[in-house]
Design a protein. Structure first.
Length: 279
């Protein structure tokens, strides 16, 4: 879950970038793995005829059964436990009682609070038989996420992350949404630094061991412009083109990066089967 305006700092942001030690990394592994397991569990339920409200109910029950709490619920007035963004919805889609249709693509964004720490991740899912152009967008978005993750190491910058994502996505004739960004996290849901998914290499914030943040590119098959609907949350593409997103929570280590939200079942991208190769 990300901010409606990436340029506005959230009320509870600390104003500085925290550097965390081994105990925080252990806590983030625990929270991240539970969020990833939730996304594994929901995979079997995404199909034509299922409502996004039913998926929200399932994820709330999963959180309660596992001693966690869904961070979006009540956050800044948000009324649901997850975000469900379908087709041309870029992010922050509100679960409702409208059933999924055959051919829909949907992003499900889960953030669980576990022992005070936030595990934040999202994946794309297919509802029934999906057109090849939609599949291609999902595949490009997944690879763009990993291009960004691969750029994370001490001495690199946040601009290196954004440039890696932008160069790949635009090279595949897709566009990168500018209005939203990844974010620091840990005991706060949203913290410093902001992680833009576009940029120039060498610019931005230097990466240091102990930083924790999300990388969560939103890639459109059409133009990058978005608008927020009257509910104050749902962001859609202005040209109604398809949009896709994947998200992982990561930490900068002494030698590179640790991804906290990898699927424990090896279910990394659709169509989901156990023990898929990561790339």
């Amino acid at each position: 879950m990300i901010f409606v305006d990436a340029a506005i700092a959230p009320a509870r942001k600390s104003g500085h970038i925290k550097l965390h030690g081994p105990e925080a990394f252990a806590a983030m592994r625990k929270a991240g793995q539970l969020a990833a397991l939730a996304l594994d569990v929901v995979a079997a339920e995404v199909k034509p005829g299922v409502t996004t409200q039913a998926l929200d109910d399932l994820m709330f029950e999963f959180a309660m059964d596992n001693g966690a709490y869904p961070a979006p619920l009540g956050y800044r007035g948000y009324r649901k436990s997850i975000c469900t963004s379908i087709n041309h919805v870029v992010c922050h889609g509100l679960p409702d009682n409208k059933p999924l249709r055959d051919g829909d693509i949907i992003n499900i964004d889960v953030t669980l609070i576990v022992d005070g720490w936030h595990g934040d991740s999202s994946r794309m899912y297919y509802s029934g038989e999906v057109l090849r152009r939609a599949q291609r967008l999902v595949e490009i978005t997944y690879e763009a996420l990993w291009r960004g993750i691969d750029a994370v190491k001490p001495g690199a910058t946040t601009g290196d992350i954004g440039a890696a994502i932008q160069e790949y996505a635009e090279g595949e004739r897709c566009s990168v949404v500018r209005d939203f960004c990844g974010h620091g996290l840990g005991k706060l849901f949203h913290d410093e630094p902001n992680i833009l998914h576009y940029g120039k290499r060498g610019e931005g914030v230097p990466l240091k061991p102990g930083m924790l943040f999300t990388i969560e590119p939103m890639i459109n098959i059409g133009r990058p412009q978005v608008k927020v609907l009257s509910d104050g949350w749902t962001a859609v593409t202005r040209d109604r083109s398809l949009s896709a997103q994947f998200e992982h929570s990561v930490g900068v280590t002494e030698s590179g990066v640790e991804v906290f939200t990898l699927s424990p079942g090896g279910m990394h991208r659709p169509p989901y089967t156990p023990d898929q190769p990561l790339r």
